[in-house]
Structure formats: structure tokens, C-alpha cells
Design a protein around this ligand. Structure first.
Ligand SMILES: Cc1ncc(COP(=O)(O)O)c(C=O)c1O
Ligand SMILES: N[C@@H](CCOP(=O)(O)O)C(=O)O
Length: 498
């Protein structure tokens, strides 16, 4: 039950007597007295009406510390500030600061593995920092998050001479990508708005394949219509079939992602269809929990570097925001340095960084095996720049050959990563080779989608069918006759090589 996709209250309400029993049971498994105190405090605190809240404010009021009275309730349907800039979700930090860092750390830790609705989700276990005011009954969740932080011991040592390298597998998730972390928040809020009789007939996105998969799954679970605009022939078959299977209205358009994005923005300006992109900062509230989760998984020790592949550029900001909130609320004392990694064929942020952050120029993104980040005009560019400037960040790029080799190397060391993770790993290889990342630095590479969504790229690589690519780590299967002698021959050759 804990791992199904739920939108109804399938667990007992927090205040009920049975819930108290459930809490007593889970509390019994907690070892420290401190945890018991925190659970107790949290329970009292939740039974009383808490005063945690959040609202939309213009992003530039945060990035420039400029004070303004412009703000919007999260129950409003608004994507842009009055001046046309991006919005951000701002939490009432004073209310959150009434509890110290130790309280929050213990509270979040106590909810890991809990089946109490909705806290078993890695996102909703941090509900107070995500969407504090939503009623748990309105939440649509697949108990997303709590993803594996993999110690890439062999890859780290053999390829990079590093012993403290980790891969955060955000793609091992309900629909196979990190988008689930944000989509549970967005679709839950849409569910709430529809219950409030807001005129929303559905939710509609443009997509390179992962946002659409996630949107259609969460909408289907909550019986909310979803519409997806996909660039024709530019996404993997596995990604294409996801929204089709989940009953979305799928429109294939003969353009690229940027063209689809422009169209969906025009359509949502005309029709009561909600826009679920990272342009909509609600999504990032869920995505930021991956950063908090990394800190939890390191027992609240801050890693030195975190490397994130970037496309529409919401996620790099979400990571910054998660780390920053932990610092501001006393859970940790600093934020890690961030790297945003782009495919060289879709590298507007990289070019902007290399120009010393002079005026941003979109690019025409060309075909890349990292198809989900084939984006030339990212909607969250301002967020990304803000995050990188404040996290002493770096932007790096990877050619097709570099990203495919890095993906193949990671796979040959026991992972099965997507090409976007290949982009991040290849950025790491470059930064490590330049000496900026030293051998002992604790480094986390964020893996954003499941490798099984991108098998065609692996098939092309291992069959050495890619034009102008050596495919140096290809491992094609050996064809053998159905004959014992022939099989023994190939085996003895293979064993000699080992
Ligand atoms: C698998 C995958 N990795 C990375 C990204 C980049 O994330 P963002 O658009 O938030 O930069 C995306 C989507 O753009 C994606 O689908
Ligand atoms: N990779 C994304 C592109 C859209 O990004 P979003 O985070 O703004 O929705 C996708 O899968 O569509």
C-alpha cells in the first residue's frame, strides 16, 4: 500500500486515536530519546493550528533583497510577476525558525520509512517546508523520493581516483525521473484548486519526455485531464508511451521543445489549463527536497560538490534552494558548490557562464543523445544564474562522445544511467582532471532519469553504429553457433582477456 499512487486519505488522520497507535509503533523503533521528544513535539504542534505559510513573490525580490509588497497566494493561478519576471515560493521563515535545526533534522529523519500518510513520501516528509497549508486529503503522492544515494566506489577510484563519489539516483522513481518530486506538489495543488471550484479543466505541458510522463501519471491518479505537447521524433519510445498509456491527450508537433513550450504558453494564456513547468515555482518546492534528502543521507554532513544536468534549468535552482533552506534553518552551516552540466549541443547556460554572465542569448539546440535536455531557451535561466552565483558554481559542457563514453563507463561499473547523467559524469571528469575537484572531495552526481528509458542510445553505442564516434567502451554481444566447441572457444578467448 505504501508504494501505490494515492490521492485519497488512505491512512488514518494524524489526530485519530489509531494514528496515535501508529505513531507509538513507529516511535518505538526510534532509538534516541531525542527522536521521541521531537515526535511528541511535532504531534502537539500539528494538533494546534500551526502558522507555517508560503506565498509567491517575484524572484528578483529574493535575488536582489529588494523589498516589495507584490505577492500572491499559492491558491492563485499566476506564473509571472507584474514585471514579467519569474516567481518563487517564499516560506514564512520566521515561523519555521521558531523551531531549531535539531528539531527539523530529527523530525524529517523520524519520518523516513514511515507509512503515515503523507509523510512516507520523501517530499511530503518535509511538508512544512514544501506546501505547509495543503490538507493531507488533497495530496496526490506515489511516495516518491527517498531515492538511493549510491556510493560509486569502483567508478570513483578507477576513473577519477576519488573515494568519496556518490550518485543520487533520482530517476529510480515512480515514472523513472526526478520530475515526480515536483509533480506530486503541483498536481496536489491543482487537486486542491479544483476542489475549491477554480475553473481549471486540466493541466498541459510541453515536454522532452519526463515532465509529460510524470504529469500524466499523477493526473491520472487524481482523475485530472492532462494534455502534453511533444516534439515529434525527438523523445525516446519509452517516454512517448508513458503519457499515452496514462490516458493523457498527446499532441505530437513537428517542432523542437522550445517550439512546443511557446505553443503551450500561448494555449494556457487562452484556456483554463494549468501550466506545470518549472516556470511554475510550485514544482521546485518538491524538487528541492532531493537536496535535503542528500544531507539526511550523509547524516547532515554537507558534501563539497553537487553536479546536476541542466536543461530548462529549474532543477539546479531547486537544489540550491533546498541546501540554502537547510542552512538558514540551522540544519547545516553551508551550502555545497554546485555544477550545472549541459550537452554541448544545447548549451545556452554554458555560453552565458563563459561570457562572464553578460547578456543571455538563447541558442538553437541541436540533436543530442541527452534528448531530455535538448533545450535552447530555458525558462528558468534567471533562477539558474542566481543559484550558481550564490553557490560559487561552475557550468561545464559535454560533447556527444564524452557523454556517451561517461554513460558507458558508469554502466560498466555497475550503474545503468541515462545520457543526462552521462553529461553530469563527464562534467565531473573534466573538473576533476582540471584539479578543481580534488581526490578526497565528497562529490554527488545527480542522476535524473532511469537508464531503461534510454535503451536505444545504449543499443546504438554498444553496436558501434554512431557516426563519428569511436564508442571505445562498447561491449557488443558475441554471436556463436549452437555448438559446444564454438562456445568453449569464445569463452576461453574471453577468459584469457580477463
Ligand atoms: C532526465 C532529465 N535530466 C535533466 C533535466 C534537466 O532539468 P532542468 O530542466 O530542471 O534543468 C531534464 C529536464 O529538463 C530531464 O528530463
Ligand atoms: N526535461 C523536461 C523539460 C521541461 O522541463 P520543466 O522542468 O520545465 O518541466 C521534460 O521532461 O519535459
Amino acid at each position: 500500500m505504501a508504494h501505490g499512487l494515492h490521492h485519497r486519505h488512505q491512512y488514518l488522520p494524524f489526530e485519530s486515536a489509531d494514528k496515535n497507535k501508529a505513531d507509538t509503533a513507529s516511535a518505538a523503533s526510534l532509538t534516541s530519546q531525542n527522536h521521541l521528544n521531537v515526535l511528541d513535539k511535532a504531534q502537539r504542534h500539528h494538533s494546534a493550528t500551526h502558522n507555517f505559510s508560503a506565498k509567491y513573490v517575484p524572484l528578483d525580490t529574493i535575488s536582489t533583497n529588494f523589498t516589495t509588497t507584490e505577492s500572491y497566494s499559492l491558491d492563485e493561478i499566476v506564473y509571472r510577476s507584474r514585471s514579467g519576471g519569474l516567481l518563487d515560493v517564499q516560506h514564512d521563515m520566521e515561523a519555521l525558525k521558531q523551531f531549531d535545526g535539531q528539531y527539523w533534522k530529527s523530525l524529517f529523519d523520524s519520518r523516513v520509512g514511515n507509512i503515515t500518510w503523507p509523510y512516507g513520501s520523501g517530499v511530503w516528509s518535509k511538508k512544512e517546508w514544501v506546501l505547509p497549508e495543503i490538507n493531507s486529503d488533497d495530496i496526490v503522492s506515489a511516495f516518491e523520493g527517498n531515492s538511493n544515494l549510491f556510493w560509486a566506489e569502483r567508478f570513483g577510484q578507477q576513473v577519477l581516483g576519488m573515494h568519496d563519489l556518490w550518485v543520487k539516483h533520482c530517476g529510480i522513481s515512480h515514472t523513472g525521473s526526478f520530475k515526480d518530486l515536483g509533480m506530486t506538489v503541483l498536481v496536489s495543488q491543482v487537486n486542491r484548486l479544483r476542489k475549491m471550484n477554480r475553473p481549471l479543466v486540466g493541466v498541459g505541458c510541453a515536454s522532452t519526455g519526463d515532465t509529460s510522463a510524470s504529469l500524466s501519471a499523477y493526473c491520472a491518479a487524481a482523475n485530472i485531464p492532462s494534455i502534453v505537447f511533444l516534439p515529434a521524433n525527438k523523445i525516446s519510445m519509452a517516454q512517448l508511451v508513458q503519457p499515452i498509456a496514462n490516458g493523457a491527450f498527446v499532441v505530437s508537433i513537428d517542432t523542437n521543445f522550445d517550439g512546443c513550450m511557446k505553443l503551450i504558453r500561448e494555449v494556457t494564456a487562452e484556456l483554463p489549463i494549468y501550466l506545470p513547468h518549472s516556470l511554475n515555482s510550485l514544482r521546485l518546492e518538491g524538487q528541492k527536497t532531493a537536496a535535503i534528502e542528500i544531507l539526511q543521507q550523509f547524516d547532515w554532513q554537507v558534501p563539497d560538490w553537487v553536479i546536476v544536468p541542466g536543461g530548462n534549468l529549474g532543477n539546479i535552482y531547486a537544489f540550491y534552494k533546498g541546501f540554502k533552506m537547510c542552512q538558514e534553518l540551522g540544519c547545516v552551516d553551508r551550502v555545497p558548490r554546485l555544477v550545472c552540466a549541459q550537452a554541448a549541443n544545447a548549451n545556452p547556460l554554458y555560453l552565458h557562464y563563459k561570457s562572464g554572465w553578460s547578456e543571455f542569448q538563447p541558442v538553437k539546440a541541436t540533436s543530442t543523445f541527452a534528448s531530455a535536455i535538448q533545450i535552447g531557451d530555458p525558462v528558468s535561466i534567471d533562477r539558474a544564474v542566481f543559484a550558481l552565483k550564490n553557490a560559487n558554481g561552475i557550468v561545464e559542457e559535454a560533447t556527444e562522445e564524452e557523454l556517451m563514453d561517461a554513460m558507458a563507463l558508469a554502466d560498466s561499473n555497475g550503474m545503468f544511467v541515462c545520457p543526462h547523467t552521462g553529461v553530469a559524469l563527464s562534467a565531473l571528469i573534466k573538473i576533476r582532471n582540471s584539479g578543481i575537484i580534488g581526490p578526497t572531495y565528497r562529490t554527488v552526481v545527480v542522476s535524473t532519469a532511469h537508464g531503461l528509458k534510454f535503451t536505444q542510445s545504449k543499443i546504438d553505442y554498444h553496436s558501434k553504429k554512431i557516426e563519428d564516434m569511436t564508442c571505445q567502451f562498447a561491449n557488443p554481444p558475441v554471436q556463436v553457433k549452437p555448438d559446444f566447441g564454438a562456445v568453449m572457444d569464445v569463452l576461453s578467448k574471453c577468459l584469457k582477456k580477463a
